[in-house]
Design a protein around this ligand. Sequence first.
Ligand code: PLP
Length: 224
Amino acid sequence: MAINTEAYRELITQLEKTHTTLVAVSKTKPAEDIQQLYELGQKDFGENYVQELVDKSARLPGDVRWHFIGHLQSNKVKYIAPFVHLIHGVDSLKLLQEINRRAARNGRVIDVLLQVHIAEEETKFGLDEQELEAVLQDIRANPDRFSAVRVKGLMGMASFSDDRDKVRKEFRLLKQLFDRWKEQAHFSILSMGMSADYRLAVEEGSTLVRIGSLLFGERNRPVQ
Ligand SMILES: *Cc1c(COP(=O)(O)O)cnc(C)c1O
């Protein structure tokens, strides 16, 4: 197991030009690989599975910023609430409320992103336009119920497709939604782009890319 140091350096140089944040997606990869990238200066890491994140966070330096990028079940929020840096995939009011409850219990304010469904595939999680609006309006109408969470922006996954125009359109839609709410909701983070499509995502206005296989190699376990 080894990380691709050259790809990392190249990526960092590229992303610096547009001030795009890199989250290194380390799911299924051993702690040693994360440590290696950390020693090159990488601090933001993304994980999809709660137990794996908890185990790794205990084994790695305390200043790693852990991003939860998977589908989070309400009953598991408690395990990551003490330390998680940013939760990307919030797609219901119920989940947001549970994050708020657990954050308050830990004396923290947890930053989150709302996940928007932009791909054609049925299997992807996320809110549609109307649901997004409903969630944001609910937060605005009830600030006291959400005082321990901060919605920092949006996250989305494009279709797994070679059709670049299609992928670009999906990213563009997400950027439009981001811009529509940016002022009102004080958004600053737009999380879009993975190994296969991050260039397109950055062109379309992403502020944060989530990249795994390009840095760590292919995964042997399927993506959740
Ligand atoms: C696995 C995963 C990534 C990284 O995917 P790569 O293709 O390995 O770069 C990004 N975002 C999410 C939500 C993921 O589950």
